[in-house]
Design a protein around this ligand. Structure first.
Ligand code: FEO
Length: 392
């Protein structure tokens, strides 16, 4: 794809990756992604913001064909999908300097072997004049690495945000045209890499609130022409109060745990609670992560296998533990054949979660009357707890 003009002297560059289906060897990408770079030609200086995943540099190289001089390459984030092609860019433009946050400097040196002399670090709030345009750098740590920052182009009111406000969508549209689609893609990305840092992200949202932003230009997915849409979504996601919702990841081998899951779903729905069950043998973990963003309670359904939780359930627990959702309650349901330490093992896997553990419902063999009574009690406890905590 050729460079695409955003405004006079501001261009989208980068690579639209239609085919990737897995990001970081972990995150499903149902709609592909893009690696966006942005070229700004000021009256005095020319700057490139971010680059592309190195395997796609050939496209960026072609886009830079008619750019004879580059003064700066801004690295908003040192992760390789944005900074990985900086060494190639520096080879093409040896006079260019890399601009990064102080924390990014060592990361760029460690990950990409960029010379220290080539890097200029910028303080929070520092500006860079390009002549008739001014870039202001705003440190926004932990979206989702410690060194991340964003850049605000004052004259054009564009916020270059890298991963922050990004979405994994491959599209030929330069701007978001379907907010509902972008909402889900952005929520998926937030859930998978940013949710653990939501308290810091909350502060970052406060920090950028004072800027008059007309366009958000992330480094994944289309640009956002109505910033309030995506900023408000993030405010909701980082808010401390979860929703009146239960997320129920489960796995069942002989249908006993499945019967318990079905019963619990129905008992919760009877009490006005939204439930999202996920069969872990077929679940897209991105969908599970999205559901975890605002769940009030997590209930893990698992049979006991070899005296412990099913490995799929253990994986879900480890994932939830890493993502640190804001859920307030957690429980475990399932069936066992002869015994084991399923509850103890699973509880040990979620030590990061600040949750109250509700009495589990573990039964031997096929669920009967006692099991359904226990599930009814669990549903009632969840309903009461949600109400007491003001979850809506
Ligand atoms: Fe898109 Fe954290 O890299």
């Amino acid at each position: 794809m050729k460079p695409r003009k955003i405004k006079d002297n501001i261009y989208w560059m980068g690579f639209v990756d239609w085919n990737s289906r897995l990001f970081d060897s972990l995150i499903p990408l149902p709609d592909g992604t893009s690696y966006n770079a942005y070229l700004i030609k000021g009256s005095d200086k020319t700057v490139l913001i971010d680059t592309v995943e190195p395997e796609f540099y050939y496209e960026l190289e072609a886009q830079l064909e008619n750019i004879p001089r580059l003064d700066y390459v801004v690295s908003l984030h040192a992760e390789q999908d944005h900074s990985g092609s900086i060494p190639h860019v520096l080879s093409r433009y040896p006079e260019a300097k890399v601009i990064s946050s102080p924390k990014a400097k060592n990361l760029l040196m460690d990950h990409l072997h960029i010379d220290e002399e080539s890097i200029i670090t910028v303080k929070d709030g520092e500006t860079l004049s390009l002549g008739d345009k001014t870039l202001e750098f705003i440190h926004t740590p932990w979206v989702h690495w410690p060194e991340t920052m964003v850049a605000y182009l004052r004259e054009d009111k564009i916020l270059f945000s890298c991963d922050f406000f990004g979405s994994h969508i491959a599209t030929t549209d330069l701007y978001v045209t379907d907010e509902a689609r972008s909402y889900e893609a952005a929520k998926r990305y937030y859930a998978e890499v940013m949710m653990p840092f939501r308290k810091v992200i909350k502060k970052n949202l406060d920090k950028i609130a004072v800027y008059d932003i007309k366009t958000i230009a992330p480094s994944h997915g289309p640009m956002v022409p109505r910033p309030a849409f995506i900023i408000d979504a993030h405010k909701e996601w980082v808010d401390d109060l979860p929703k009146n919702k239960v997320v129920l990841p489960y796995v069942s081998m002989h249908n006993s745990t499945k019967k318990m899951v079905d019963y619990l779903v129905s008992a919760l729905v009877d009490r006005g609670i939204t439930v999202e069950p996920f069969d872990l043998t077929v679940t897209d973990i991105g969908k599970l992560a999205i559901a975890l963003v605002d769940a009030g309670t997590i209930v893990v359904g698992t049979p006991t296998v070899l005296a412990g939780p099913h490995p799929h359930a253990a994986y879900a627990a480890i994932l939830a533990n890493a993502l640190r959702p804001k859920a307030r309650f957690l429980s475990i349901i399932g069936s066992y054949g002869w015994g084991g330490k399923t509850v103890e093992t699973l509880a040990g896997l979620v030590s990061n979660l600040k949750v109250e553990i509700l009495d589990p419902a573990l039964v031997k063999g096929s669920p009967g009357k006692d099991a359904y009574t226990a599930l009814e009690n669990l549903a009632e406890t969840i309903a009461v707890k949600h109400k007491e905590n003001g979850l809506q």
